[in-house]
Design a protein around this ligand. Structure first.
Ligand SMILES: *Cc1c(COP(=O)(O)O)cnc(C)c1O
Length: 456
C-alpha cells in the first residue's frame, strides 16, 4: 500500500545518516575501521520472516555499514583513481533515485533524455571532441571502452564487407587489435568481451606513452581490419599518448582509433594541459569517467563515439519500445543496455554547478595538488618520485620493493591518507591519484606529514 509517510520516514532517516557520514569524513581515518571478516559477520543475518518498518531498516543499515566504509570522499583519499562527490551531483543523484525513471526512451522519460542530451553537448564542448558525436552514459569507463570497441568492430568489419550484426564473428576477417604496453586492464576486458582476444602490445616510453615509431612498425606487418586503442592518462604517470603523431599513423592504415581516457581525457578541458591532448579529436571513439575527475557519485562512465557510428553496433528495434526510428537516437541505442537509471543527471548538475570556469579550475587544482605533493615528498630523504608529474598521478618509491611495501602498509594503518600500493616499470611503488575536488592545502600538509611518520 502506498503510504507517503513511509517515504518521508525512510528518507528523513537516510538524510540524517547521510549527513552524519559526510560530516564525519574530514576527521575519521580514511581506511575502514572494520575489515571484511567483521562486516560479513555483521551482515550474516538470516532473512527474517516478518517485514520491518522502512525507517528502521535504513537506520539499521547505516549503523551496521558505517564501520566498514572507506572515506573515499575524503580530500586525503588518493587510492586507485576515484573521485569524490560534488554537492550538486549528490543532490541530483538522490532525485534520480526518487524519480525512478527507466531512462532509455526519449518519449517515455523526456526529462531524462533531454537532460542527458544537454549534458552530452556540454561534455563534447568541454573536452574539445567533435560536435554531434553520440554520448552514452555507462556504468564506468570499462563499459565505455567496450562500447567504443563494439562501434569500431562494426565499422572495420563493414569496411571489409562483413556485417558483424548479421553474421557474427564466426568466419569474419580477423580483426587485429593493438594497444600500448601500459594499457589499462579494462581495455583488455573490452577487447575480450568483444571477442577480439588479447591485443598486440606496442612499445611505450618511460612514462608509459605509446611510441609512434613502434606503432608504425607494428602496423607495417598487419593486414585486414584494425582497431588501435590509445590512452589519455596512464595510470601511474598520468601521461597521455602523443595523439597528434599516433592518430594519423593509425588512420593512414584505415584503423579505428579508440581512446581510453578514464581520467586523462579531462586534461582536454583545461587550456593549461591542451598541449598534452593535441590530436585527441582525430580519434573515432573515446571513453571517460564522470565518477573520477568530474566527481559525480558512482557510477557513471561516458562513451563518446564519432558521428552516429555507435548506433550501428548497439541499435535495436522492437515493437514494444516507444521508439522513433527516423528521429534522434534514444539513449538506449547508445550503450549496451536497455534499462538504467538517469546516470547523466548528476553529470548535468555537476557541470551546471561548476560552469566551464569551475571545471577548468577543478582540473587545474587537482594537478596543482599532485605537483605540490610531489615537490614536498621529493624533499624527504629516501623518497623518489618516479614519474614526470604532468597530471593528477604521482608514483613514489622508498628504495627497495620491501621498503616501499613496508612504508605503504604503515601509511594505510596510520589512517590519515589512503594511497595505493602498485607495481610500475618493474618496481613496487606507492601511487597517489589526486582526484577529489575537495583536496586542499591542509590535506596536502597532513598527507606529507603522514608519509614522514610512515617512513619512521
Ligand atoms: C579507472 C580506469 C578504467 C576503468 O574505469 P571504470 O570506471 O572503473 O570502469 C579504465 N582505464 C583507466 C585508465 C582507468 O583509470
Amino acid at each position: 500500500m502506498f503510504n507517503p509517510d513511509d517515504y518521508r520516514a525512510a528518507l528523513d532517516a537516510a538524510h540524517r545518516r547521510a549527513l552524519d557520514w559526510l560530516e564525519s569524513v574530514p576527521d575519521r581515518p580514511v581506511r575502514p575501521a572494520a575489515g571484511i571478516d567483521e562486516q560479513e559477520a555483521v551482515f550474516d543475518l538470516p532473512l527474517q520472516d516478518v517485514s520491518l518498518p522502512p525507517e528502521d531498516v535504513v537506520t539499521e543499515l547505516a549503523a551496521k555499514a558505517e564501520p566498514g566504509l572507506m572515506a573515499m570522499d575524503s580530500g586525503r583519499f588518493f587510492g586507485w583513481v576515484i573521485g569524490g562527490t560534488l554537492p550538486a551531483a549528490l543532490g541530483a543523484d538522490w532525485l534520480v533515485s526518487a524519480w525512478d525513471q527507466n531512462s532509455g526512451m526519449r518519449r517515455a522519460t523526456p526529462s531524462m533524455a533531454a537532460i542527458e542530451a544537454a549534458a552530452g553537448r556540454w561534455l563534447l564542448e568541454l573536452l574539445g571532441l567533435p560536435a554531434g558525436s553520440d554520448v552514452g552514459f555507462t556504468t564506468g569507463a570499462t563499459m565505455a571502452n567496450f562500447t567504443g570497441v563494439l562501434a569500431g568492430r562494426h565499422a572495420v568489419l563493414a569496411a571489409a564487407g562483413w556485417d558483424v550484426n548479421e553474421r557474427g564473428l564466426n568466419g569474419a576477417p580477423p580483426v587485429t587489435v593493438l594497444a600500448g604496453a601500459e594499457v589499462h586492464a579494462s581495455m583488455l576486458l573490452a577487447f575480450r568481451y568483444a571477442g577480439l582476444g588479447v591485443p598486440y602490445l606496442v612499445d611505450a616510453d618511460d612514462q608509459g606513452r605509446m611510441r609512434p615509431d613502434a606503432l608504425e612498425h607494428a602496423l607495417e606487418s598487419v593486414e585486414g581490419p584494425v582497431i588501435v586503442a590509445l590512452q589519455a592518462g596512464e595510470l601511474h604517470s598520468g601521461a597521455c599518448d602523443p595523439f597528434a603523431e599516433l592518430v594519423p599513423v593509425a588512420k593512414a592504415r584505415g584503423a579505428w582509433v579508440h581512446v581510453d581516457g578514464a581520467f586523462g581525457l579531462w586534461a582536454a578541458a583545461s587550456p593549461r594541459f591542451a598541449a598534452m591532448t593535441a590530436g585527441l579529436d582525430g580519434a573515432d571513439s573515446w571513453a571517460t569517467d564522470a565518477h573520477k575527475t568530474l566527481n559525480v557519485p558512482y557510477d557513471c562512465g561516458l562513451s563518446i563515439v564519432r558521428g552516429s557510428l555507435v548506433r550501428n553496433a548497439t541499435r535495436v528495434t522492437t515493437s514494444y519500445l516507444m521508439h522513433d526510428v527516423s528521429g534522434p537516437a534514444d539513449p538506449f541505442e547508445l550503450v549496451p543496455e536497455f534499462s538504467r537509471r538517469g546516470r547523466g543527471v548528476p553529470v548535468w548538475a555537476a557541470l551546471r554547478s561548476l560552469g566551464r570556469d569551475g571545471v577548468v579550475a577543478m582540473v587545474d587544482r587537482l594537478v596543482d595538488a599532485a605537483q605540490e605533493l610531489a615537490a614536498r615528498l621529493r624533499e624527504i630523504p629516501g623518497v623518489e618520485v618516479l614519474n614526470d608529474v604532468v597530471f593528477t598521478q604521482v608514483c613514489l618509491s622508498f628504495g627497495s620493493d620491501e621498503r616501499t611495501q613496508e612504508v605503504t602498509a604503515r601509511l594505510i594503518e596510520d589512517g590519515t591518507v589512503w594511497m595505493s600500493g602498485s607495481r610500475w616499470m618493474g618496481r613496487d611503488v606507492l601511487r597517489i591519484s589526486v582526484s577529489n575536488w575537495s583536496t586542499d592545502a591542509a590535506d596536502i600538509a597532513a598527507s606529507v606529514a603522514a608519509v614522514r611518520r610512515a617512513m619512521g
